[in-house]
Design a protein around this ligand. Sequence first.
Ligand SMILES: Cc1cc2nc3c(=O)[nH]c(=O)nc-3n(C[C@H](O)[C@H](O)[C@H](O)COP(=O)(O)OP(=O)(O)OC[C@H]3O[C@@H](n4cnc5c(N)ncnc54)[C@H](O)[C@@H]3O)c2cc1C
Length: 463
Amino acid sequence: MRPFWLEQALAQENIEPCTALQGETRAQVCIVGGGYTGLWSAIMLKEQSPELDVVLIEADICGAGASGRNGGCALSWSAKYFTLERLFGVEEAVRLVKASEQSIYAIGAFCEKYAVDADYRLDGTLYTATNQAQVGSTDGVIAALERQSINSFSKLPVDEVQRRAGSAQHMEGWFSPAAASVQPGKLVRGLRRVALQLGVKIYENTPMTGLEEGTPAVIRTPAGSIRADRVVLAMNAWMARAFPQFERSVAIVSSDMLITEPRPDLLQEIGLTSGVTVLDSRIFVHYYHNTPDGRIMLGKGGNTFAYGGRMLPVFDQPSPYAGLLSKSLEQFFPAFAGVGVEATWNGPSDRSVTGLPFFGQMSSHGNVFYGFGYSGSGVGPCHMGGQILASLVQGLANDWTRSPLVNGPLGYFPPEPIRYLGSLMVRNAIRRKERAEDHGHRPRHLDVRLARFAAAAGKADKG
Ligand SMILES: Cc1cc2nc3c(=O)[nH]c(=O)nc-3n(C[C@H](O)[C@H](O)[C@H](O)COP(=O)(O)OP(=O)(O)OC[C@H]3O[C@@H](n4cnc5c(N)ncnc54)[C@H](O)[C@@H]3O)c2cc1C
Protein backbone atom coordinates (compact mmCIF):
# COMPACT_ATOMS: atom_id res chain seq x y z
CA MET A 1 0.00 0.00 0.00
CA ARG A 2 1.22 3.52 -0.84
CA PRO A 3 0.46 6.19 1.74
CA PHE A 4 -2.18 8.78 0.81
CA TRP A 5 0.18 11.69 0.05
CA LEU A 6 2.41 9.68 -2.26
CA GLU A 7 -0.58 8.11 -4.01
CA GLN A 8 -2.04 11.59 -4.60
CA ALA A 9 1.29 12.93 -5.89
CA LEU A 10 1.81 9.96 -8.22
CA ALA A 11 -1.71 10.28 -9.63
CA GLN A 12 -0.94 13.84 -10.68
CA GLU A 13 2.39 13.02 -12.32
CA ASN A 14 1.50 10.04 -14.39
CA ILE A 15 5.12 9.16 -15.21
CA GLU A 16 7.03 5.91 -15.17
CA PRO A 17 9.65 5.10 -12.51
CA CYS A 18 13.27 5.61 -13.54
CA THR A 19 14.72 2.34 -14.80
CA ALA A 20 16.61 0.05 -12.43
CA LEU A 21 20.38 -0.13 -12.78
CA GLN A 22 21.58 -2.91 -15.07
CA GLY A 23 25.30 -3.53 -15.35
CA GLU A 24 28.26 -1.49 -14.18
CA THR A 25 28.47 2.27 -14.07
CA ARG A 26 30.81 4.98 -12.81
CA ALA A 27 30.05 8.23 -10.97
CA GLN A 28 31.86 10.94 -9.08
CA VAL A 29 29.15 10.89 -6.41
CA CYS A 30 26.67 8.11 -5.65
CA ILE A 31 23.78 8.90 -3.31
CA VAL A 32 21.86 6.02 -1.74
CA GLY A 33 18.24 6.87 -0.83
CA GLY A 34 15.66 8.96 -2.67
CA GLY A 35 13.99 10.86 0.16
CA TYR A 36 14.44 14.52 1.10
CA THR A 37 18.00 14.01 2.39
CA GLY A 38 19.30 12.24 -0.70
CA LEU A 39 17.46 14.48 -3.16
CA TRP A 40 18.36 17.78 -1.46
CA SER A 41 21.99 16.62 -1.38
CA ALA A 42 21.87 15.76 -5.07
CA ILE A 43 20.21 19.05 -6.03
CA MET A 44 22.58 21.18 -3.95
CA LEU A 45 25.59 19.36 -5.40
CA LYS A 46 24.39 20.01 -8.94
CA GLU A 47 23.48 23.63 -8.19
CA GLN A 48 26.90 24.28 -6.63
CA SER A 49 28.99 22.15 -9.01
CA PRO A 50 27.02 21.51 -12.21
CA GLU A 51 29.92 19.54 -13.71
CA LEU A 52 29.74 16.86 -10.97
CA ASP A 53 28.47 13.57 -12.20
CA VAL A 54 25.88 12.47 -9.59
CA VAL A 55 23.99 9.17 -9.51
CA LEU A 56 21.19 8.42 -7.02
CA ILE A 57 19.82 4.96 -6.34
CA GLU A 58 16.57 4.27 -4.53
CA ALA A 59 15.41 0.83 -3.34
CA ASP A 60 11.77 1.55 -4.22
CA ILE A 61 10.61 4.79 -5.86
CA CYS A 62 11.67 8.24 -4.68
CA GLY A 63 9.45 9.25 -1.78
CA ALA A 64 8.57 5.70 -0.70
CA GLY A 65 10.16 6.24 2.72
CA ALA A 66 9.31 8.81 5.39
CA SER A 67 9.48 11.70 2.92
CA GLY A 68 6.37 10.60 1.03
CA ARG A 69 4.25 9.88 4.09
CA ASN A 70 4.99 12.40 6.85
CA GLY A 71 2.74 14.97 8.47
CA GLY A 72 3.92 17.80 6.26
CA CYS A 73 4.65 20.12 9.20
CA ALA A 74 7.80 22.06 8.24
CA LEU A 75 9.09 23.36 11.57
CA SER A 76 12.24 25.06 12.77
CA TRP A 77 14.48 23.91 15.62
CA SER A 78 13.31 26.68 17.98
CA ALA A 79 11.66 24.17 20.28
CA LYS A 80 14.92 22.19 20.46
CA TYR A 81 16.88 25.20 21.66
CA PHE A 82 17.72 23.77 25.11
CA THR A 83 19.04 20.53 23.60
CA LEU A 84 21.08 22.46 21.03
CA GLU A 85 22.56 24.74 23.68
CA ARG A 86 23.36 21.85 26.04
CA LEU A 87 25.12 19.86 23.31
CA PHE A 88 26.73 22.54 21.18
CA GLY A 89 26.91 25.78 23.20
CA VAL A 90 25.06 29.05 22.75
CA GLU A 91 26.69 30.28 19.54
CA GLU A 92 26.06 27.13 17.51
CA ALA A 93 22.59 26.70 19.02
CA VAL A 94 21.64 30.21 17.91
CA ARG A 95 23.11 29.62 14.45
CA LEU A 96 21.19 26.36 14.06
CA VAL A 97 17.86 27.83 15.13
CA LYS A 98 18.33 30.63 12.60
CA ALA A 99 19.46 28.20 9.88
CA SER A 100 16.48 25.95 10.55
CA GLU A 101 14.14 28.91 10.00
CA GLN A 102 16.01 29.82 6.82
CA SER A 103 15.40 26.28 5.57
CA ILE A 104 11.64 26.75 5.91
CA TYR A 105 11.81 29.85 3.71
CA ALA A 106 14.30 28.20 1.32
CA ILE A 107 11.90 25.31 0.68
CA GLY A 108 9.25 27.84 -0.34
CA ALA A 109 11.72 29.69 -2.58
CA PHE A 110 12.77 26.39 -4.16
CA CYS A 111 9.15 25.46 -4.91
CA GLU A 112 8.63 28.83 -6.52
CA LYS A 113 11.87 28.75 -8.52
CA TYR A 114 11.25 25.32 -10.00
CA ALA A 115 7.42 25.50 -10.11
CA VAL A 116 7.06 22.61 -7.67
CA ASP A 117 3.43 22.48 -6.58
CA ALA A 118 3.80 21.03 -3.08
CA ASP A 119 0.91 22.94 -1.47
CA TYR A 120 3.58 24.92 0.39
CA ARG A 121 1.85 27.42 2.69
CA LEU A 122 3.92 29.67 4.90
CA ASP A 123 1.14 30.10 7.45
CA GLY A 124 3.12 29.46 10.64
CA THR A 125 2.66 27.11 13.53
CA LEU A 126 0.79 27.07 16.83
CA TYR A 127 2.29 25.26 19.82
CA THR A 128 -0.61 24.75 22.18
CA ALA A 129 -1.70 23.14 25.44
CA THR A 130 -4.68 20.80 25.42
CA ASN A 131 -4.83 20.10 29.14
CA GLN A 132 -3.95 21.98 32.30
CA ALA A 133 -0.70 20.02 32.80
CA GLN A 134 0.61 21.27 29.43
CA VAL A 135 -0.17 24.91 30.19
CA GLY A 136 3.07 26.85 30.63
CA SER A 137 5.25 24.02 29.32
CA THR A 138 6.48 26.12 26.37
CA ASP A 139 7.27 29.26 28.40
CA GLY A 140 10.82 28.24 29.35
CA VAL A 141 12.10 27.69 25.84
CA ILE A 142 10.44 30.87 24.57
CA ALA A 143 12.17 32.84 27.33
CA ALA A 144 15.52 31.32 26.33
CA LEU A 145 14.93 32.18 22.65
CA GLU A 146 13.96 35.69 23.72
CA ARG A 147 17.22 36.06 25.69
CA GLN A 148 19.17 35.22 22.53
CA SER A 149 17.02 37.56 20.39
CA ILE A 150 15.93 34.68 18.16
CA ASN A 151 12.34 34.30 19.33
CA SER A 152 9.74 34.20 16.56
CA PHE A 153 6.86 33.12 18.83
CA SER A 154 4.20 35.31 20.37
CA LYS A 155 1.49 34.27 22.79
CA LEU A 156 -2.04 34.70 21.46
CA PRO A 157 -5.22 35.18 23.47
CA VAL A 158 -6.94 31.82 24.00
CA ASP A 159 -9.97 32.69 21.89
CA GLU A 160 -7.66 33.64 19.01
CA VAL A 161 -5.75 30.35 19.39
CA GLN A 162 -9.01 28.41 19.29
CA ARG A 163 -10.20 30.38 16.27
CA ARG A 164 -7.00 29.89 14.26
CA ALA A 165 -6.68 26.24 15.29
CA GLY A 166 -10.37 25.53 14.65
CA SER A 167 -10.77 23.79 17.99
CA ALA A 168 -11.94 24.62 21.50
CA GLN A 169 -9.54 21.97 22.88
CA HIS A 170 -6.68 24.47 23.11
CA MET A 171 -6.07 26.21 26.42
CA GLU A 172 -3.11 28.36 25.36
CA GLY A 173 -1.03 28.85 22.25
CA TRP A 174 2.22 30.32 20.96
CA PHE A 175 2.29 31.32 17.31
CA SER A 176 5.37 31.54 15.07
CA PRO A 177 5.19 32.66 11.44
CA ALA A 178 8.43 30.75 10.68
CA ALA A 179 6.78 27.46 9.75
CA ALA A 180 4.95 25.99 6.77
CA SER A 181 2.73 23.10 5.81
CA VAL A 182 3.33 21.04 2.68
CA GLN A 183 1.93 18.05 0.84
CA PRO A 184 5.00 15.91 1.58
CA GLY A 185 4.55 13.49 -1.30
CA LYS A 186 4.34 16.29 -3.84
CA LEU A 187 7.43 17.89 -2.31
CA VAL A 188 9.56 14.77 -2.58
CA ARG A 189 8.34 14.01 -6.10
CA GLY A 190 9.03 17.61 -7.05
CA LEU A 191 12.58 17.25 -5.71
CA ARG A 192 12.97 14.15 -7.85
CA ARG A 193 11.80 16.03 -10.94
CA VAL A 194 14.22 18.90 -10.31
CA ALA A 195 17.12 16.53 -9.60
CA LEU A 196 16.52 14.85 -12.96
CA GLN A 197 16.22 18.24 -14.64
CA LEU A 198 19.60 19.28 -13.19
CA GLY A 199 21.22 16.17 -14.62
CA VAL A 200 21.22 13.74 -11.68
CA LYS A 201 21.00 10.18 -12.97
CA ILE A 202 18.37 8.34 -10.89
CA TYR A 203 17.85 4.58 -10.73
CA GLU A 204 14.68 3.47 -8.93
CA ASN A 205 13.91 -0.08 -7.76
CA THR A 206 17.65 -0.34 -7.20
CA PRO A 207 18.58 -1.22 -3.61
CA MET A 208 22.18 -1.06 -2.48
CA THR A 209 22.98 -4.66 -1.50
CA GLY A 210 26.59 -4.10 -0.52
CA LEU A 211 29.18 -1.36 -0.08
CA GLU A 212 32.86 -2.05 -0.66
CA GLU A 213 35.08 0.68 0.72
CA GLY A 214 37.94 2.00 -1.37
CA THR A 215 38.84 4.73 -3.85
CA PRO A 216 36.58 4.43 -5.67
CA ALA A 217 34.00 2.78 -3.40
CA VAL A 218 31.82 0.12 -5.01
CA ILE A 219 28.07 0.02 -4.43
CA ARG A 220 26.54 -3.32 -5.27
CA THR A 221 22.95 -3.62 -6.51
CA PRO A 222 20.96 -6.73 -7.58
CA ALA A 223 21.82 -6.35 -11.27
CA GLY A 224 24.87 -4.12 -11.32
CA SER A 225 27.32 -1.93 -9.46
CA ILE A 226 28.45 1.69 -9.23
CA ARG A 227 32.06 2.71 -8.77
CA ALA A 228 31.95 6.10 -7.08
CA ASP A 229 34.62 8.51 -5.82
CA ARG A 230 32.30 9.65 -3.06
CA VAL A 231 29.20 8.11 -1.51
CA VAL A 232 26.31 9.63 0.44
CA LEU A 233 24.18 7.27 2.51
CA ALA A 234 20.75 8.92 2.91
CA MET A 235 18.80 5.86 3.96
CA ASN A 236 17.17 7.18 7.12
CA ALA A 237 15.69 4.42 9.32
CA TRP A 238 17.23 1.72 7.09
CA MET A 239 20.76 2.71 8.18
CA ALA A 240 20.34 0.98 11.55
CA ARG A 241 19.92 -2.46 9.98
CA ALA A 242 22.37 -1.96 7.11
CA PHE A 243 25.39 -0.99 9.21
CA PRO A 244 26.01 -2.63 12.60
CA GLN A 245 27.87 0.42 13.93
CA PHE A 246 24.59 2.38 13.78
CA GLU A 247 22.33 -0.33 15.17
CA ARG A 248 22.01 1.37 18.58
CA SER A 249 22.19 4.96 17.36
CA VAL A 250 18.44 5.19 16.70
CA ALA A 251 15.20 3.60 17.86
CA ILE A 252 12.65 2.97 15.13
CA VAL A 253 9.21 4.18 16.13
CA SER A 254 6.05 4.87 14.14
CA SER A 255 4.05 8.01 13.73
CA ASP A 256 0.46 7.35 12.67
CA MET A 257 -1.95 9.57 10.80
CA LEU A 258 -5.34 9.92 9.22
CA ILE A 259 -6.82 12.18 6.61
CA THR A 260 -10.50 12.99 6.22
CA GLU A 261 -12.59 13.38 3.12
CA PRO A 262 -12.69 16.94 1.80
CA ARG A 263 -15.16 19.14 3.73
CA PRO A 264 -14.22 22.73 2.93
CA ASP A 265 -17.65 23.83 4.20
CA LEU A 266 -16.93 22.43 7.67
CA LEU A 267 -13.44 23.93 7.73
CA GLN A 268 -15.05 27.32 7.09
CA GLU A 269 -17.50 26.67 9.87
CA ILE A 270 -14.84 25.80 12.47
CA GLY A 271 -12.43 28.47 11.23
CA LEU A 272 -9.48 26.23 10.28
CA THR A 273 -8.97 28.02 7.00
CA SER A 274 -5.22 28.72 6.81
CA GLY A 275 -2.34 26.28 6.33
CA VAL A 276 -1.20 26.70 9.95
CA THR A 277 0.26 23.59 11.58
CA VAL A 278 -0.96 22.91 15.12
CA LEU A 279 0.88 20.85 17.73
CA ASP A 280 -0.09 20.21 21.32
CA SER A 281 2.48 19.78 24.11
CA ARG A 282 2.36 16.06 24.64
CA ILE A 283 5.55 14.02 24.46
CA PHE A 284 3.88 11.90 21.79
CA VAL A 285 2.50 14.97 20.13
CA HIS A 286 -0.79 15.44 18.25
CA TYR A 287 -0.20 17.43 15.08
CA TYR A 288 -2.59 18.59 12.39
CA HIS A 289 -3.25 20.95 9.53
CA ASN A 290 -5.80 21.26 6.78
CA THR A 291 -5.22 20.76 3.06
CA PRO A 292 -6.07 23.22 0.29
CA ASP A 293 -8.81 20.84 -0.92
CA GLY A 294 -10.55 20.96 2.48
CA ARG A 295 -9.35 17.92 4.42
CA ILE A 296 -7.93 17.61 7.92
CA MET A 297 -4.78 15.55 8.40
CA LEU A 298 -4.13 14.54 12.00
CA GLY A 299 -1.19 12.53 13.31
CA LYS A 300 0.23 11.23 16.55
CA GLY A 301 3.70 9.98 17.30
CA GLY A 302 5.16 7.25 19.47
CA ASN A 303 3.07 4.18 18.73
CA THR A 304 4.75 1.09 17.20
CA PHE A 305 8.34 0.39 18.27
CA ALA A 306 10.48 -1.94 16.14
CA TYR A 307 12.61 -4.59 17.81
CA GLY A 308 16.24 -4.38 16.69
CA GLY A 309 15.54 -1.51 14.27
CA ARG A 310 13.61 -3.81 11.92
CA MET A 311 11.37 -2.41 9.22
CA LEU A 312 8.04 -3.97 10.18
CA PRO A 313 5.36 -4.89 7.58
CA VAL A 314 2.91 -2.76 9.58
CA PHE A 315 4.76 0.39 8.49
CA ASP A 316 3.36 -0.17 5.00
CA GLN A 317 -0.20 -0.88 6.11
CA PRO A 318 -3.12 1.27 7.30
CA SER A 319 -2.50 2.56 10.82
CA PRO A 320 -3.27 0.03 13.56
CA TYR A 321 -4.13 3.09 15.67
CA ALA A 322 -6.92 4.30 13.37
CA GLY A 323 -9.53 4.09 16.16
CA LEU A 324 -7.42 6.22 18.47
CA LEU A 325 -6.80 8.78 15.74
CA SER A 326 -10.53 9.01 14.93
CA LYS A 327 -11.25 9.60 18.61
CA SER A 328 -8.68 12.39 18.73
CA LEU A 329 -10.15 13.90 15.56
CA GLU A 330 -13.60 13.98 17.12
CA GLN A 331 -12.27 15.49 20.32
CA PHE A 332 -10.50 18.28 18.46
CA PHE A 333 -13.28 18.82 15.92
CA PRO A 334 -16.74 17.65 17.04
CA ALA A 335 -18.10 19.03 13.73
CA PHE A 336 -16.05 16.35 11.90
CA ALA A 337 -17.58 13.48 13.93
CA GLY A 338 -19.56 12.09 11.01
CA VAL A 339 -17.02 12.88 8.30
CA GLY A 340 -15.46 9.92 6.51
CA VAL A 341 -11.79 9.06 6.93
CA GLU A 342 -10.25 8.81 3.47
CA ALA A 343 -7.07 7.02 4.58
CA THR A 344 -4.88 6.10 7.53
CA TRP A 345 -1.22 5.15 7.38
CA ASN A 346 1.95 5.12 9.40
CA GLY A 347 5.69 4.99 8.92
CA PRO A 348 9.01 4.55 10.67
CA SER A 349 10.88 7.44 12.26
CA ASP A 350 14.53 7.23 13.23
CA ARG A 351 14.62 8.57 16.77
CA SER A 352 18.12 9.41 17.98
CA VAL A 353 19.12 9.73 21.63
CA THR A 354 19.37 13.53 21.33
CA GLY A 355 16.31 14.04 19.09
CA LEU A 356 18.66 15.59 16.51
CA PRO A 357 19.99 14.15 13.27
CA PHE A 358 23.68 13.40 12.97
CA PHE A 359 26.08 13.31 10.06
CA GLY A 360 29.59 12.07 9.44
CA GLN A 361 32.10 10.13 7.40
CA MET A 362 32.47 6.40 7.97
CA SER A 363 35.20 5.00 5.71
CA SER A 364 38.96 4.78 6.31
CA HIS A 365 39.20 6.20 2.77
CA GLY A 366 37.38 9.37 3.83
CA ASN A 367 34.78 9.23 1.08
CA VAL A 368 31.57 7.73 2.53
CA PHE A 369 29.25 10.25 4.17
CA TYR A 370 25.94 9.74 5.93
CA GLY A 371 23.13 11.61 7.67
CA PHE A 372 20.02 10.43 9.52
CA GLY A 373 18.29 10.44 12.93
CA TYR A 374 15.84 13.30 12.31
CA SER A 375 13.60 11.86 15.04
CA GLY A 376 10.28 12.60 13.36
CA SER A 377 11.17 16.18 12.54
CA GLY A 378 12.80 16.25 9.11
CA VAL A 379 10.65 18.15 6.62
CA GLY A 380 12.50 21.42 7.25
CA PRO A 381 15.74 19.98 8.73
CA CYS A 382 16.44 17.67 5.75
CA HIS A 383 17.11 20.86 3.81
CA MET A 384 19.90 21.53 6.32
CA GLY A 385 20.96 17.90 5.90
CA GLY A 386 21.34 18.51 2.17
CA GLN A 387 23.57 21.51 2.82
CA ILE A 388 25.69 19.51 5.28
CA LEU A 389 26.12 16.51 3.00
CA ALA A 390 26.77 18.59 -0.12
CA SER A 391 29.44 20.50 1.83
CA LEU A 392 31.06 17.32 3.17
CA VAL A 393 31.13 15.71 -0.26
CA GLN A 394 32.82 18.74 -1.79
CA GLY A 395 35.32 19.00 1.06
CA LEU A 396 34.26 22.58 1.81
CA ALA A 397 35.34 24.42 4.95
CA ASN A 398 32.18 26.18 6.12
CA ASP A 399 29.78 26.45 9.07
CA TRP A 400 28.23 23.12 8.10
CA THR A 401 31.43 21.09 7.94
CA ARG A 402 32.64 22.72 11.18
CA SER A 403 29.33 22.05 12.95
CA PRO A 404 29.28 19.45 15.75
CA LEU A 405 26.31 17.96 13.88
CA VAL A 406 28.90 16.21 11.67
CA ASN A 407 30.51 14.33 14.59
CA GLY A 408 28.32 11.23 14.19
CA PRO A 409 25.89 9.85 16.78
CA LEU A 410 25.99 11.70 20.10
CA GLY A 411 24.55 8.84 22.09
CA TYR A 412 23.51 5.20 21.90
CA PHE A 413 20.48 3.28 23.11
CA PRO A 414 21.06 0.14 25.19
CA PRO A 415 21.32 -3.19 23.31
CA GLU A 416 18.29 -5.38 22.65
CA PRO A 417 16.17 -6.62 24.29
CA ILE A 418 16.67 -3.77 26.79
CA ARG A 419 16.08 -1.02 24.21
CA TYR A 420 12.80 -2.56 23.06
CA LEU A 421 11.48 -3.40 26.51
CA GLY A 422 12.65 -0.06 27.87
CA SER A 423 10.95 1.80 24.98
CA LEU A 424 7.67 0.02 25.66
CA MET A 425 7.93 0.73 29.37
CA VAL A 426 8.52 4.44 28.72
CA ARG A 427 5.81 4.60 26.03
CA ASN A 428 3.23 3.00 28.34
CA ALA A 429 4.22 5.30 31.20
CA ILE A 430 3.76 8.32 28.91
CA ARG A 431 0.35 7.05 27.83
CA ARG A 432 -0.77 6.61 31.48
CA LYS A 433 0.65 10.01 32.43
CA GLU A 434 -1.06 11.82 29.56
CA ARG A 435 -4.36 9.99 30.10
CA ALA A 436 -4.31 11.04 33.77
CA GLU A 437 -3.51 14.64 32.80
CA ASP A 438 -6.30 14.70 30.21
CA HIS A 439 -8.72 13.78 32.99
CA GLY A 440 -7.31 16.39 35.31
CA HIS A 441 -5.72 13.78 37.59
CA ARG A 442 -2.21 13.74 38.98
CA PRO A 443 -0.10 11.13 37.17
CA ARG A 444 1.82 8.52 39.14
CA HIS A 445 5.27 9.63 40.24
CA LEU A 446 6.95 6.65 38.55
CA ASP A 447 5.21 7.40 35.25
CA VAL A 448 6.40 11.00 35.37
CA ARG A 449 9.98 9.84 36.01
CA LEU A 450 9.89 7.29 33.20
CA ALA A 451 8.37 9.84 30.80
CA ARG A 452 11.40 12.07 31.33
CA PHE A 453 13.52 9.61 29.34
CA ALA A 454 11.58 10.53 26.21
CA ALA A 455 10.90 14.16 27.11
CA ALA A 456 14.61 14.94 27.15
CA ALA A 457 14.77 15.00 23.36
CA GLY A 458 12.50 18.00 23.00
CA LYS A 459 9.10 19.14 21.89
CA ALA A 460 7.50 18.71 18.51
CA ASP A 461 9.18 15.47 17.40
CA LYS A 462 6.61 13.44 15.56
CA GLY A 463 8.18 10.04 16.11
C1 LIG B 1 4.69 8.96 9.68
C2 LIG B 1 5.70 10.06 9.78
C3 LIG B 1 5.28 11.37 10.03
C4 LIG B 1 6.22 12.41 10.07
N1 LIG B 1 5.78 13.70 10.20
C5 LIG B 1 6.68 14.71 10.11
C6 LIG B 1 6.25 16.07 10.12
O1 LIG B 1 5.06 16.38 10.13
N2 LIG B 1 7.20 17.04 10.11
C7 LIG B 1 8.53 16.74 10.05
O2 LIG B 1 9.35 17.65 10.05
N3 LIG B 1 8.96 15.46 9.96
C8 LIG B 1 8.08 14.45 9.98
N4 LIG B 1 8.51 13.16 9.88
C9 LIG B 1 9.94 12.91 9.65
C10 LIG B 1 10.36 13.13 8.19
O3 LIG B 1 9.43 12.56 7.32
C11 LIG B 1 11.73 12.49 7.96
O4 LIG B 1 12.64 12.98 8.91
C12 LIG B 1 12.29 12.74 6.57
O5 LIG B 1 11.36 12.43 5.58
C13 LIG B 1 13.56 11.93 6.38
O6 LIG B 1 13.96 12.00 5.03
P1 LIG B 1 15.12 11.06 4.53
O7 LIG B 1 15.36 11.37 3.11
O8 LIG B 1 16.27 11.16 5.46
O9 LIG B 1 14.52 9.60 4.68
P2 LIG B 1 13.45 8.80 3.77
O10 LIG B 1 12.46 9.68 3.17
O11 LIG B 1 12.96 7.67 4.61
O12 LIG B 1 14.35 8.26 2.59
C14 LIG B 1 15.23 7.17 2.73
C15 LIG B 1 15.13 6.38 1.44
O13 LIG B 1 16.17 5.42 1.40
C16 LIG B 1 15.69 4.30 0.70
N5 LIG B 1 16.54 3.16 1.02
C17 LIG B 1 16.61 2.48 2.18
N6 LIG B 1 17.51 1.49 2.07
C18 LIG B 1 18.03 1.56 0.83
C19 LIG B 1 19.00 0.80 0.11
N7 LIG B 1 19.63 -0.25 0.67
N8 LIG B 1 19.29 1.16 -1.16
C20 LIG B 1 18.67 2.22 -1.76
N9 LIG B 1 17.73 2.96 -1.12
C21 LIG B 1 17.41 2.63 0.16
C22 LIG B 1 14.27 4.15 1.21
O14 LIG B 1 13.46 3.40 0.31
C23 LIG B 1 13.83 5.61 1.32
O15 LIG B 1 13.12 6.06 0.17
C24 LIG B 1 7.59 12.10 9.89
C25 LIG B 1 8.01 10.79 9.67
C26 LIG B 1 7.08 9.78 9.61
C27 LIG B 1 7.55 8.38 9.33
